[in-house]
Write a protein of this length. Sequence first.
Length: 195
Amino acid sequence: MRCIELGSGGHRVPGWLHTDLSATAHVLQLDVTQAFPIDDRVFDYVYSEHMIEHISFAQGRSMIRECFRIMKVGAIIRIVTPSIGFLIRLFSRDRSELEDRYIEWAMKQFVPNAPASLPSFVFNNFVRAWDHQFIYDRETMRFVLTDTGFVDIKECRIGASDHAKLRGLETVERMPDGFLELESMIFEATRPQTG
């Protein structure tokens, strides 16, 4: 099985080709905003976690097309990205205890000088920090995958997949318990026989 991760940073999984904008000893340099220097129909699995939101919508759409091109027929892509829906939900009057804890944590970590612990400060920081360019919602991500030609698009939970190679890939340890799943939406899709 040939597996490639886009935007892996320091994340390493045995048996995967790791790529990032900056090369290291174990990571191949790949600028996902450009055509990939990779042959057509090479990979069985493509994975990207919290990377596509750091490029523009047009660049993200191009990246997904390049992923489609380098995938074998029947190959699976798994995209993990923040959901703008999670940010909007922070303004709900009936938000969960986990969402309340997330707001408190994000305020302390990223906007400690804000005059009050309010979702608006978390929201504004999130959409501007870390060079975020475009935060997707579920409908937009489904549109991009479908428009590219992917089929069998399904949402998954953190660490869960029908495909063994795609299980347990998310770096949940980088945030307090439950926060990565709260922030993220995860889609898997298949490259069909045609296209």
